[in-house]
Ligand binder design. Structure first.
Ligand code: FES
Ligand code: FES
Length: 161
Protein backbone atom coordinates (compact mmCIF):
# COMPACT_ATOMS: atom_id res chain seq x y z
CA UNK A 1 0.00 0.00 0.00
CA UNK A 2 1.32 3.47 -0.91
CA UNK A 3 1.65 5.86 1.98
CA UNK A 4 -0.13 9.20 1.99
CA UNK A 5 2.00 12.33 1.97
CA UNK A 6 1.21 15.48 3.96
CA UNK A 7 0.88 18.71 1.97
CA UNK A 8 0.18 22.30 2.98
CA UNK A 9 -0.83 24.96 0.51
CA UNK A 10 -3.05 27.98 0.01
CA UNK A 11 -6.16 27.51 -2.09
CA UNK A 12 -8.04 30.65 -3.00
CA UNK A 13 -6.34 32.39 -0.11
CA UNK A 14 -7.25 29.79 2.50
CA UNK A 15 -4.69 27.49 4.13
CA UNK A 16 -5.22 23.82 3.33
CA UNK A 17 -3.52 20.83 4.96
CA UNK A 18 -4.14 17.40 3.51
CA UNK A 19 -2.81 13.88 3.21
CA UNK A 20 -2.64 12.73 -0.40
CA UNK A 21 -1.39 9.81 -2.42
CA UNK A 22 1.80 10.71 -4.31
CA UNK A 23 0.13 9.90 -7.65
CA UNK A 24 -2.91 12.18 -7.12
CA UNK A 25 -2.98 15.00 -9.63
CA UNK A 26 -3.83 18.56 -8.65
CA UNK A 27 -7.09 18.64 -10.62
CA UNK A 28 -8.42 15.57 -8.83
CA UNK A 29 -7.20 16.94 -5.50
CA UNK A 30 -9.11 20.18 -6.01
CA UNK A 31 -12.24 18.41 -7.20
CA UNK A 32 -12.35 15.40 -4.91
CA UNK A 33 -10.67 16.59 -1.71
CA UNK A 34 -11.81 20.24 -1.74
CA UNK A 35 -15.04 19.96 -3.79
CA UNK A 36 -13.80 22.72 -6.09
CA UNK A 37 -15.50 21.20 -9.10
CA UNK A 38 -15.19 24.30 -11.28
CA UNK A 39 -11.81 22.92 -12.29
CA UNK A 40 -12.90 20.56 -15.05
CA UNK A 41 -11.11 17.52 -16.35
CA UNK A 42 -11.29 16.72 -20.04
CA UNK A 43 -8.33 15.11 -21.76
CA UNK A 44 -6.22 14.49 -18.63
CA UNK A 45 -3.01 14.86 -20.62
CA UNK A 46 -2.43 18.56 -20.96
CA UNK A 47 -4.18 19.26 -24.25
CA UNK A 48 -7.66 20.70 -23.66
CA UNK A 49 -7.12 23.36 -20.98
CA UNK A 50 -10.29 22.50 -19.05
CA UNK A 51 -8.26 22.04 -15.87
CA UNK A 52 -6.47 25.41 -16.00
CA UNK A 53 -5.74 26.98 -12.60
CA UNK A 54 -3.24 29.50 -11.30
CA UNK A 55 -0.21 28.28 -9.39
CA UNK A 56 1.78 31.07 -7.74
CA UNK A 57 0.20 33.51 -10.19
CA UNK A 58 0.93 31.56 -13.38
CA UNK A 59 -1.61 29.49 -15.27
CA UNK A 60 -0.92 25.77 -15.32
CA UNK A 61 -2.71 22.57 -16.29
CA UNK A 62 -3.81 20.96 -13.06
CA UNK A 63 -4.02 17.52 -14.71
CA UNK A 64 -0.27 17.61 -15.38
CA UNK A 65 0.76 18.49 -11.84
CA UNK A 66 0.76 16.24 -8.85
CA UNK A 67 -0.90 17.56 -5.75
CA UNK A 68 2.38 17.07 -3.90
CA UNK A 69 4.03 19.50 -6.35
CA UNK A 70 1.68 22.19 -5.06
CA UNK A 71 3.05 21.81 -1.55
CA UNK A 72 3.77 25.29 -0.13
CA UNK A 73 2.26 26.92 -3.23
CA UNK A 74 -0.66 29.26 -3.76
CA UNK A 75 -3.39 27.84 -5.99
CA UNK A 76 -6.29 29.86 -7.38
CA UNK A 77 -9.26 28.21 -9.03
CA UNK A 78 -12.21 29.56 -10.94
CA UNK A 79 -14.15 29.67 -7.66
CA UNK A 80 -11.56 32.02 -6.16
CA UNK A 81 -11.41 34.30 -9.18
CA UNK A 82 -15.18 34.37 -9.35
CA UNK A 83 -15.80 34.97 -5.62
CA UNK A 84 -13.28 37.82 -5.50
CA UNK A 85 -15.00 39.64 -8.36
CA UNK A 86 -11.73 39.75 -10.29
CA UNK A 87 -13.31 38.40 -13.46
CA UNK A 88 -16.89 39.61 -13.00
CA UNK A 89 -16.71 41.76 -16.14
CA UNK A 90 -15.23 38.92 -18.17
CA UNK A 91 -17.96 36.57 -16.97
CA UNK A 92 -20.61 39.13 -17.93
CA UNK A 93 -19.07 39.52 -21.37
CA UNK A 94 -19.08 35.73 -21.88
CA UNK A 95 -22.76 35.64 -20.92
CA UNK A 96 -23.83 38.58 -23.06
CA UNK A 97 -21.91 37.46 -26.13
CA UNK A 98 -22.93 33.79 -25.95
CA UNK A 99 -19.34 32.75 -25.42
CA UNK A 100 -20.44 29.65 -23.53
CA UNK A 101 -22.89 26.91 -24.31
CA UNK A 102 -22.33 23.70 -22.38
CA UNK A 103 -19.84 25.56 -20.17
CA UNK A 104 -17.37 22.73 -19.89
CA UNK A 105 -14.45 24.74 -21.25
CA UNK A 106 -15.53 27.99 -19.61
CA UNK A 107 -13.64 27.96 -16.29
CA UNK A 108 -10.34 27.23 -18.01
CA UNK A 109 -11.14 29.68 -20.78
CA UNK A 110 -11.89 32.47 -18.28
CA UNK A 111 -8.68 31.87 -16.32
CA UNK A 112 -6.61 31.81 -19.52
CA UNK A 113 -8.33 34.97 -20.81
CA UNK A 114 -7.75 36.78 -17.53
CA UNK A 115 -4.09 35.78 -17.69
CA UNK A 116 -3.85 37.32 -21.15
CA UNK A 117 -5.56 40.56 -20.11
CA UNK A 118 -3.32 40.84 -17.06
CA UNK A 119 -0.17 40.62 -19.16
CA UNK A 120 -1.47 42.30 -22.31
CA UNK A 121 -4.34 44.74 -21.58
CA UNK A 122 -4.84 45.62 -25.25
CA UNK A 123 -4.52 42.37 -27.18
CA UNK A 124 -5.17 42.10 -30.90
CA UNK A 125 -7.68 39.45 -31.98
CA UNK A 126 -4.85 37.23 -33.25
CA UNK A 127 -3.18 37.49 -29.86
CA UNK A 128 -6.39 36.48 -28.11
CA UNK A 129 -6.73 33.48 -30.43
CA UNK A 130 -3.10 32.55 -29.89
CA UNK A 131 -3.33 32.80 -26.10
CA UNK A 132 -6.51 30.73 -25.97
CA UNK A 133 -5.34 28.20 -28.53
CA UNK A 134 -4.52 25.73 -25.75
CA UNK A 135 -8.11 25.79 -24.50
CA UNK A 136 -10.51 23.66 -26.52
CA UNK A 137 -14.18 24.48 -26.95
CA UNK A 138 -16.43 22.02 -28.71
CA UNK A 139 -19.48 24.30 -28.79
CA UNK A 140 -18.93 27.93 -29.64
CA UNK A 141 -16.62 28.01 -32.65
CA UNK A 142 -14.39 30.42 -30.65
CA UNK A 143 -15.57 33.61 -32.41
CA UNK A 144 -17.85 34.63 -29.55
CA UNK A 145 -15.13 33.90 -27.00
CA UNK A 146 -12.69 36.16 -28.82
CA UNK A 147 -15.43 38.81 -29.03
CA UNK A 148 -16.02 38.60 -25.27
CA UNK A 149 -12.34 38.90 -24.40
CA UNK A 150 -11.87 41.78 -26.81
CA UNK A 151 -14.91 43.61 -25.42
CA UNK A 152 -13.65 43.12 -21.86
CA UNK A 153 -10.24 44.50 -22.78
CA UNK A 154 -11.82 47.58 -24.37
CA UNK A 155 -14.13 48.18 -21.43
CA UNK A 156 -11.25 47.89 -18.94
CA UNK A 157 -9.16 50.34 -20.95
CA UNK A 158 -12.07 52.81 -21.06
CA UNK A 159 -12.61 52.51 -17.32
CA UNK A 160 -8.89 53.08 -16.68
CA UNK A 161 -8.68 56.19 -18.89
S1 FES B 1 -7.79 17.99 -18.50
FE1 FES B 1 -5.93 19.05 -18.23
S2 FES B 1 -5.44 19.84 -20.16
FE2 FES B 1 -7.22 18.61 -20.51
S1 FES C 1 -19.00 25.90 -24.25
FE1 FES C 1 -19.05 23.74 -24.52
S2 FES C 1 -16.97 23.18 -24.70
FE2 FES C 1 -16.93 25.35 -24.70
Amino acid sequence: MTAHVPISLQVNGEPVDAQVLPRLNLADFLREHLSLTGTHVGCEHGVCGACTVRLNGDIVRACLLLAVQANNASVETIEGLSDSGEIADLQDAFRHRNALQCGYCTPGMLIAAQDLLTHNPEPRREEIREHLSGNYCRCTGYQAIVDAVEATAQARLERAS
